[in-house]
Structure formats: C-alpha cells, structure tokens
Design a protein around this ligand. Structure first.
Ligand code: GLN
Length: 199
C-alpha cells in the first residue's frame, strides 16, 4: 500500500491522517525535508495558507517540496492546501507565496463572511457512491482553470452555484472543502488511487 505524507506544519493534520489510514494508506507526518523522501504522495491540509507558506520556509521545506512536485509526486490540497497548489491567487495576503502546480486562479475566502462555513453534498467526478459530504470553512473557490485542468466538482445550489470547488491536473488534485472532517473517506480513497497509479 502507498505511503502518503501529510504536511504537518499547521492545520488539520490529525483529521487527514485518520482519513488516509481509514482509506488504506500508510501515513507519515512531514515536517522535515528527509521525511519527504519516503512518501509516494503528499496531502496539504486545511489551515491558513499564509502561515503554512511561511512555515515552509522556516522548516526549509519549500525547495525540497517543489523539487518533488516537479518530479511528479502526487499531491492533494484541501482548502488552504488548494491555495498553496494554485498557480494564481486572488485576495491573497501581501506577498503571499504558494507552491503552484495547478493551472488555476483561486479566490481566497471567496464565499464571504455571511457564509463563513457551511456543509453540503457534492457529486465529485471519479468518486462513486453518490454525493460526498463537503464542509467549507472560509474556503476558496476556483475562478478559472487552464485547459489541462479537470473540474471534479461544482457547487450545485445557492448563491455560489456553478463555482468550481474540486479540480485535478495530472498527479495533483485540490478541493475547496474539507472531506477529512466528515467521516466519509471516499475523496481520500480517490487520492490514494491516483497515487497508486503514479507509483
Ligand atoms: N481561509 C484560509 C486561507 O486563506 C483557508 C481556510 C481553510 O483551510 N479552512 O488560507
């Protein structure tokens, strides 16, 4: 079974560890560059993207991580992790620096104050068994995607109808929402399948 790292600098690390283990992966928490060496794929958790980005530099992880991503290591970013994997960020903090990799523009905190957090259920491309429960917490949405990006899910109702909230491009995938806190591990299982395919 594949070994999946969870970037463990900040954010909801234990929730991703639990979801990945329950979906059948071996999991390693990644804080140091050498901990990256043994992983077949990496999850970038939800949290706060500017803080996480700053900690990538403090822990001297940015360059080694970019190197692995350039080599094609699969990665899955949820919420703040999605922002880190975006090539372009709107409403970012001053000087906000991501990792990039997915040819998309995301808008931070896009759903606005009134709908800070909400739950819904979404059909996700490639995830069988019906709609996936999805929790959004000060979430970004995807404003536009390049040609190589596959849209996996859009919002189905309410003021944000049609907004893109899950994408994949090659070995990279990202969701605006947090599947790791719902107890439904099908999105993580989907990422584990992607990792196994790339291995
Ligand atoms: N709003 C946060 C950010 O900009 C993301 C929130 C989350 O990950 N739940 O980084």
């Amino acid at each position: 079974r594949p070994t999946i790292g969870v970037l463990a600098l900040q954010g909801d690390v234990p929730e991703h560890v639990r979801a990945l283990e329950s979906a059948g992966a071996s999991v390693v928490r990644v804080r140091r560059a050498r901990e990256l060496d043994g992983v077949d794929g990496l999850v970038l958790p939800g949290g706060e993207s500017t803080t996480m980005s700053r900690l990538l530099d403090v822990f001297e992880l940015r360059e080694p991580l970019l190197a692995r991503l350039r080599e094609g290591m699969p990665a899955y970013g949820s919420c703040a992790g999605m922002i880190l994997l975006a090539d372009r960020v709107l409403d970012g903090a001053a000087g906000q620096l991501g990792l990039g990799g997915i040819d998309m523009t995301v808008r931070r905190n896009a759903f606005g104050r009134q709908v800070d957090s909400f739950e819904t259920a979404l059909d996700v491309q490639g995830v069988a068994g019906g709609p996936v429960p999805a929790t959004f917490i000060r979430a970004p949405w995807v404003e536009e995607v390049g040609e190589g990006v596959e849209v996996l899910a859009t919002v189905g109702s309410g003021p944000a109808t049609g907004r893109i909230v899950a994408v994949a491009q090659g070995p990279l995938m990202a969701t605006s929402f947090h599947p790791e806190i719902t107890g439904d591990d099908r999105v993580h299982a989907h990422f584990i399948r992607l990792v196994s395919k790339e291995r």
